[in-house]
Design a protein around this ligand. Structure first.
Ligand code: FAD
Length: 403
């Protein structure tokens, strides 16, 4: 029951940390409260696991300290993980924006990690609930004090000289997410940056709730922005609001009360096209003009919102001033979400264990010897596109090198 390292949480970061440490000859135990480890790996990327990205940069991560992630990301890069995937002959493909997905199944990534654990001698205990943790100091013969951790669990008592917390964030409680990491941080007086759901769809409670319900299933490439950040990608209207890659990305930058803006014409100068249409096809209704650029169902709703009084007029009979104001509205369509779908569907948890209290080289607590936090539990969250797994691999690896 005595180990060099106990890792609580057998997800992406915990498994990579366990492999790295056990390969150095350390006795490693992984404890997980779920009946299965790596559940999020299995459900990720629509079952194909977007396991990393070819273009990993610190800019793709959000944190109170934007520099914190740099050291770990440079010591275990996307190329290191890709090499492991290739060693196992796992077929993968590059999709948009450098995203790498399994060609067949996310199961292959989990099987690879579990095989590496087995080869390195990592012990894994599932259905294991930690009731309490105590840190104690043991006087060694040479009078050096060594801290060890004492974990009281439903499967007995375990002791270790290093304790790694890899229990992730709060997203998708149904998949076994808990606030364990934050509770441990609190116990050891380590600050936690306020958490909130990230990479999550927007919800609406005003008139747009019913409008978006009617548009449910319609997808459109747009520029989606707040005052400070923008993404050009597709959005997807849903019966609850707006989802799709652009919406998920922007949600990580959005605060309650903020407006969001949609530019429905990311690739065209729409004012120019309208002027041209006015000359070339004067007997065109606006809805027919916009239907060339946008989904028909969307145009029907936009007509109700922005040019109801002009719906029966030909484009040539609409004054330029009115046309300008319509194109302005469609290029900067302002909406106020009432919220997001929250942790129930969020892909990631923003905030978490404060990076100021951890070493960026090892992930060890600055105040409690032998205690480490890795992965999503830390206040580092990636963009959509394989960045969150890369953070899990990189932070797990650097801790695994020292525990
Ligand atoms: C639907 C979905 C799809 C995603 N797709 C992608 C993707 O394609 N690409 C990408 O980069 N990222 C994706 N992510 C994000 C990614 O899954 C996470 O960022 C990543 O898994 C975090 O790794 P982690 O090791 O920190 O935590 P996790 O992988 O969440 O692992 C935490 C582990 O700790 C265990 N645990 C929790 N509480 C306790 C406790 N109290 N005691 C013991 N064990 C505990 C859990 O059972 C789990 O096994 C997705 C997330 C979701 C929800």
């Amino acid at each position: 029951m005595m180990f060099d390292v106990i890792i609580v949480g057998g997800g992406a970061s915990g498994l990579l940390c366990a492999i790295t440490s056990a390969q150095r000859g350390r006795r490693v135990l992984v404890l997980d409260s779920s009946n299965k480890v790596g559940k999020k790996i299995l459900m990720s990327g629509g079952g194909r696991c977007n396991f990393t990205n070819l273009n990993i940069k610190a800019d793709n991560f959000l944190s109170n300290n934007p520099h914190f992630c740099k050291s770990a990301l440079s010591r275990y890069t996307q190329w290191d993980f890709i090499a492991l995937v290739e060693k196992y002959g796992i077929a993968y493909e590059e999709r948009k924006h450098g995203q790498l997905f399994c060609k067949n199944s996310a199961k292959e990534i989990l099987a690879m990690l579990l095989k590496e654990c087995e080869l390195a001698g990592v012990q894994i205990r599932k259905n294991c609930k930690v009731n309490s943790i105590t840190a104690a100091s043991e006087e060694l013969a040479e009078k050096e004090a060594e801290t060890y951790f004492h974990l009281d669990t439903n499967s007995g008592v375990f002791k270790s000289s290093n304790l790694v917390i890899a229990t992730g964030g709060l997203s998708i409680p149904k998949m076994g997410a808990t606030n364990f990491a934050y509770k441990v941080a609190k116990q050891f007086n380590i600050p936690v940056v306020t958490t909130r759901a990230g990479l999550v769809p927007f919800t609406f409670s005003d008139q747009f709730k019913t409008i978006f319900e009617r548009l449910s299933g319609v997808s459109q490439e747009v520029i989606f922005s707040t005052e400070k950040k923008q993404f050009q990608e597709s959005i997807l209207f849903t019966h609850r609001g707006i989802s799709g890659p652009a919406a998920l990305q922007l949600s990580s930058y959005w605060n309650i009360g903020d407006s969001i803006y949609i530019n429905l014409f990311p690739n065209n100068d729409i004012a120019l096209l309208i002027n041209k249409a006015k000359k070339d096809s004067p007997k065109l209704f606006l809805r027919n003009f916009f239907s060339k650029q946008l989904a028909k169902k969307l145009v029907q709703e936009l007509e109700q919102l922005f040019w109801l009084d002009w719906r029966d007029k030909y484009i040539t009979d609409i004054p330029d001033k009115i046309l300008n104001s319509i194109t302005m509205n469609l290029s900067k369509w302002e909406l106020k979400p009432s919220g997001t779908e929250g942790y129930r569907t969020a892909e990631v948890t923003m905030g978490g264990v404060d990076t100021d209290s951890l070493s960026s080289k090892t992930m060890e607590s600055e105040t409690q010897n032998g205690l480490y936090f890795i992965g999503e539990a830390i206040d580092v969250s990636g963009h959509l596109g394989g960045y969150n797994f890369q953070w899990a691999w990189s932070s797990g690896y650097v801790a695994g090198l020292v525990v």
